[in-house]
Design a protein around this ligand. Structure first.
Ligand code: SF4
Ligand code: ZN
Length: 735
């Protein structure tokens, strides 16, 4: 290692340890040794110190040991006359820097508890997120393990201009990398530059503004250290394994942008311990391969337009960028991006207008591969902030294509549109909802690009089952209305295919984990009598999906021994859910919302809730935007319970599921239903009537209240009493 770098890193480490020591002493004077310290909501204490040294820092007093240890490891300042090998002392200095900075940040959490937002998103008055808590770690860290995100770039300082910052960030996002940002250069910070350039930052877009100071670099290294312990199963204190895990598995690198200070050198030396090379835009000395690293440690003086490419090359990252020829960036990193308020250029669906998406198969001669038509106004024909109705129809043909595959292709539309930068997509079928932002339109994004995306990606991922695909995008009101009707008839047919099958008649259910990118602990297990909560996937669809893609998101689940037949709980299912939720959820019931219901994600078509006063349940569909007797509107309910957890008293479900025989059977079934929006009653009327007759209460539908009767429990109770609703005489629901 270069003497210049080693001397600077060691000098930097000395300054940082001195600083940590003085901060600690002040804190000790103020709070005393017993004051609890730590990063928020984590079981990993100060994670680098815990992972590398195996030391738990829980109180201010515990820091003393770490400081002593740091002093012991810290190499002496390099003298002019020294001619020693520099690498080992510099790496030690780097490691000590990490310990010291963790102490500094921990003291900061004590002194100013609200210095960091402690959230996934930035806030209007604070953009510094601070250490990721364990929920974020689980949700995001798993992406490093399953390959959705190959690693991260730690950016220190700032780019020369906000435009360059935005370009570099986008390049990194397109390679599915996370960008961890800290430190300041020339009065500017990379995170702030991105904001100025109108880029959305925060965990959801993978642009993580950890903190304003260089010490926030420890949040990146701490994240990597916890990933090794959490996902690699490595014991705290086994520092060798933790460092090797990161070197082999996490493709990370540091990008110092701007003048490299002694403190930056010290942090860079820290990163090299984890196997993360340093790619600088300034002419600092280079450090070329040696024993521990097969690639360069420090590469310098790289022009900005080559920075990302160089980093990727040095770190040996193989990126599979899906080439989709559209004028905006495309990739999983853009899935979590939101489009709100002022930024909206176009909005379709979401209860404001009609929107439907439908995949259908056609004879070979009726499909021209790659043909994309927009029928009705394009974005160039409308003003910013407009709404349009929309129907997306995807017509496919091929010898291997079967009708059974249509729902599977259709369900992909959701994430594929979300992958485009500047687009947000929610829902499915006839309750789909899309927003496109102004920046995307400025960059040239048009509705026909939705077709381009679907053509390119469906071919790429499902080319085996069809040969040709064309897309029609309708924005004409009458035409959309007509397509909604047509598609609804098909959805109905698809739903009905499962009619007559019972849960008892099969030994195998199917999982769906498609939604884990948004709701990490969420696992749908789909049985014949419990269609997926998004309404898109029933048991047949999952079976077909497994046939097409045996390693995909729909896996067979052998249900195994029943644990509770009435509530719908099986040993095999529990084992599967435990595994695929990574231990977060270890059991749930298929047929109950009162007792440990199935997990819910944000896609649900409807949400059922207990109404204790009425001794019954209600359900509300996404399209109904008004108040409900449980005190929450659909959006509030979805926001509260849609994160992939099991929330007793509430459960998300498909609309069709309301009419399936096992619907809430463990809580008394459909006879418990005391309130539904009028529109949902009407939509499901025929099927509900048929079920009501089976249940021996043929006029049940007339006894179920809706918003015309009232939107509070108190308001509907007299109606239920007058009608003699069966729920009122059933066993107490919260028995
Ligand atoms: Fe799959 Fe469930 Fe998501 Fe539907 S809601 S896509 S069934 S995980
Ligand atoms: Zn979902």
């Amino acid at each position: 290692m270069s003497k210049i770098i080693a001397s600077a890193a060691i000098r930097g480490a000395h300054k940082i340890v001195d600083n940590a020591e003085s901060k600690w002493k002040q804190a000790m004077d103020k709070w005393g040794a017993n004051e609890p310290v730590g990063f928020p909501n984590t079981a990993y204490y100060l994670p680098i110190i815990y992972g590398i040294l195996g030391t738990k820092v829980e109180k201010l007093g515990d820091m003393e040991k770490v400081l002593k240890k740091s002093r012991a490891i810290l190499p002496p300042l390099v003298k002019e006359t020294h001619h020693l090998p520099y690498l080992a002392p510099a790496l030690d200095a780097g490691m000590v820097t990490m310990f010291a900075e963790e102490l500094i940040e921990a003291v900061r959490y004590l002194e100013s508890p609200n210095f960091y937002t402690k959230t996934e998103d930035i806030k209007p008055d604070n953009i510094w997120l601070g250490a990721a808590d364990d929920i974020i770690l689980r949700k995001r860290g798993i992406e490093f393990v399953d390959g959705t995100a190959p690693g991260f770039a730690a950016i220190l300082g700032a780019a020369p201009t906000k435009e360059i910052a935005a370009r570099i960030a986008q390049e990194l996002q397109q390679k599915n990398l996370y960008v961890f940002m800290c430190a300041e250069y020339n009065g500017k910070r990379f995170s702030e530059q991105l904001l100025e350039a109108g880029v959305q930052i925060g965990w959801p877009t993978r642009l993580v503004s950890f903190g304003p100071d260089v010490s926030a670099a420890v949040f990146a290294m701490g994240f990597a250290t916890r990933a090794a312990m959490s996902f690699g199963g490595i014991e705290a204190g086994d520092f060798r394994k933790i460092l090797i895990y990161n070197k082999d598995r996490v493709f990370a690198f540091a990008l110092p942008m701007g003048y490299v200070t002694d403190e930056w050198y010290a942090n860079a030396a820290g990163a090299i311990n984890w196997g993360f090379p340093v790619i600088a835009d300034t002419p600092i000395p280079e450090v070329l391969p040696t024993g521990i690293c097969t690639y360069e440690h420090v590469v310098s003086n790289i022009p900005h337009e080559k920075l990302v490419a160089k980093a990727v090359e040095v770190r040996g990252l193989k990126v599979t960028v899906s080439e989709v020829p559209i004028p905006v960036a495309f990739g999983a990193a853009f899935e979590g991006e939101r489009v709100r308020g002022e930024d909206i250029y176009l909005e379709c669906g979401g209860g404001r207008t009609q929107m439907v998406e439908w995949v259908t198969s056609k004879p070979m001669n009726e499909v021209e591969d790659g043909k994309i038509e927009v029928i009705g106004p394009e974005v160039t024909d409308i003003k910013a902030g407009s709404r349009l109705p929309m129907a997306i129809t995807v017509e496919v043909a091929g010898r291997e294509m079967q009708e059974d595959y249509e729902p599977i292709l259709e369900r992909q539309i959701h994430h594929l549109i979300n992958y485009a930068q500047g687009s947000m997509h929610i829902g499915q079928r006839d309750i789909a909802w899309i927003r496109i932002n102004k920046q995307a339109v400025e960059k040239g994004f048009r509705l026909h690009h939705i077709g381009t995306i679907l053509h390119a990606k469906l071919h790429h991922d499902f080319g085996r089952i069809f040969d040709k695909l064309q897309v029609k995008i309708y924005t004409d009101k009458d035409k959309v209305a007509q397509l909604v009707e047509q598609a609804r008839a098909v959805y109905n047919k698809r739903d009905m295919r499962i009619e007559g099958m019972t849960d008892e008649s099969v030994e195998t259910y199917y999982s769906c984990t498609l939604c884990q990118s948004f709701a990490p602990s969420h696992v749908c297990v789909i049985s014949p009598e419990r269609t997926g909560l998004c309404g898109s996937y029933n048991w047949m669809d999952c079976k077909a999906s497994f046939e097409i893609n045996p390693t995909g998101p729909n896996q067979p689940v052998v249900k195994g021994q029943p644990i509770d037949a009435k509530l719908g709980q099986w040993k095999g299912v529990n084992d599967f859910v435990t595994r695929t939720s990574r231990g977060k959820i270890d059991h749930y019931n298929f047929y109950s919302l009162v007792n440990d219901p199935m997990t819910t994600c944000g896609c649900c078509e409807a949400i059922a809730a207990v109404l204790p006063l009425c001794n019954g349940v209600m359900t509300v569909n996404r399209e109904y935007t008004g108040e409900t007797p449980c005190g929450m509107k659909f959006t509030t309910l979805a926001g509260t319970i849609g994160g992939g957890l099991s929330t007793p008293g509430f459960v998300g479900h498909g609309k069709y599921n309301t009419t399936q025989r096992k619907f809430l059977a463990g809580d008394g079934g459909l006879l418990r239903m005391v309130w539904m929006p009028k529109m949902l009653k009407e939509e499901l009327a025929d099927k509900l009537k048929a079920r009501a007759i089976e249940l021996g209460v043929p006029d049940l539908l007339d006894k179920i209240a809706d918003e015309t009767i009232g939107v509070t429990e108190e308001a509907i109770l007299p109606f239920l009493t007058e009608k003699g609703h069966p729920a009122l005489t059933m066993d107490p629901i919260l028995g």
